[in-house]
Write a protein that binds this ligand. Structure first.
Ligand SMILES: C[S@@+](CC[C@H](N)C(=O)[O-])C[C@H]1O[C@@H](n2cnc3c(N)ncnc32)[C@H](O)[C@@H]1O
Length: 323
């Protein structure tokens, strides 16, 4: 196993250096502002000097996809990465098995919901102590999977639309939601953020948790998320930081040692640093207002909210008042 890990490690770092899509110039404004760095050991891995954003230098997963959703010719860039979607399709039946491959998401759910509840109640001036604070608000959960996040959001009163590119996920999500009147009104659609933009849908809050590291083009994906957010609305994204510590914990430990996730679930080179995410969102007129880290406590088996954004982190942003 040690040899396999070494090969993996070498592969990840060489592909990361060849394949990253953001140029160092793009990062300067954010990193020089000193924003969001928490620990010197977690300083994001530097990007190679020779990177450009031209199509020729992009790896297949970051360049424009040749195939489009459901075989149709798309007029907009697709966020779909077929390889990533196949991974989720293969384990779709296990979404609601709290001890299965989605165990980490089930364990993380109460912690991320605490952050979402607190920031969005503040944002929409709602009482966080009320049972259904999101009553009257429209939320979209992009990359909803089996509905682990959509369901509690609906229970908190939001009118929820859950979308996922994998049909099997949507079928599982619908089936599960139907069993409870509090969640049966969730609108589940097998589609993408960019398709919803084409349909001119908009939502008070747009959430994409643990999805951006699986899409074909994160910048285009964020553009769609921003377009789906109403002016003055909220955008929420969670993902994994591109640090050495994230490689050690989110890939080596979670996939190879603890077997929490199927091997190959994550590619280190596709992770974004908080600074990159802030910059990408800023270009879509979404300003990140707050970030938090999720830290796993192996003794309690629980995730905690933390200011350590070195591995798992969540960002809450607001869309400017002008379209
Ligand atoms: C790690 S799961 C996260 C699920 C859910 N957001 C959560 O945190 O509980 C990633 C999900 O994103 C979906 N996905 C990946 N790329 C997508 C895309 N371009 N558009 C819509 N869904 C996508 C996958 O099918 C999968 O269900």
């Amino acid at each position: 196993m040690a040899a396999r890990l070494l090969t993996q490690l070498r592969h990840h770092f060489t592909t990361a250096n060849r394949h990253h899509f953001l140029s160092p110039q793009l990062l300067r404004p954010i990193s020089s502002a000193g924003l969001f760095f928490r620990r010197s050991s977690d300083v994001a891995q530097p990007l190679p000097k020779d990177l450009t954003t031209s199509e020729e230098t992009l790896p297949p997963t970051l360049s424009k996809p040749k195939i489009s959703f459901n075989g149709a010719k798309d007029s907009v860039k697709s966020s779909l990465n077929e390889g990533e979607l196949a991974k989720f399709s293969a384990i779709a039946e296990t979404w609601w098995d709290a001890k299965g491959p989605f165990k980490p998401l089930h364990a993380l759910n109460p912690t991320r919901l605490a952050f979402i509840r607190s920031t969005l109640c503040h944002h929409f001036r709602k009482d966080p102590n009320c049972a259904r604070p999101f009553e009257g608000l429209k939320f979209v959960d992009v990359g909803c999977g089996g509905g682990i996040l959509s369901e509690p959001l609906a229970r908190m009163g939001a009118t929820v639309t859950g979308v996922d590119a994998v049909d099997k996920n949507i079928k599982i999500a619908r089936l599960h939601a139907e069993s409870d009147p509090a969640t049966s009104s969730i609108e589940y659609l097998c589609t993408t953020a960019e398709k919803l933009v084409e349909e001119q849908r908009q939502f008070d809050a747009v959430l994409a948790l643990e999805v951006i590291e699986h899409v074909a083009d994160p910048a285009e994906f964020c553009k769609s998320l921003a377009a789906l957010t109403v002016p003055n609305g909220a955008t929420m994204i969670s993902t994994i930081n591109r640090t050495m510590r994230a490689y050690a914990t989110a890939i080596v430990a979670a996939e190879y040692v603890l077997h929490w996730l199927p091997k190959g679930t994550h590619e280190w080179s596709k992770f974004l640093t908080p600074e990159e995410l802030v910059l990408i969102l800023k270009r879509t007129s979404v300003t990140v207002q707050e970030m938090a880290g999720f830290v796993y406590n192996p003794l309690s088996g629980k995730w905690l909210l933390s200011d350590d954004i070195g591995v798992n982190f969540i960002a809450y942003g607001t869309k400017s008042s002008e379209e």
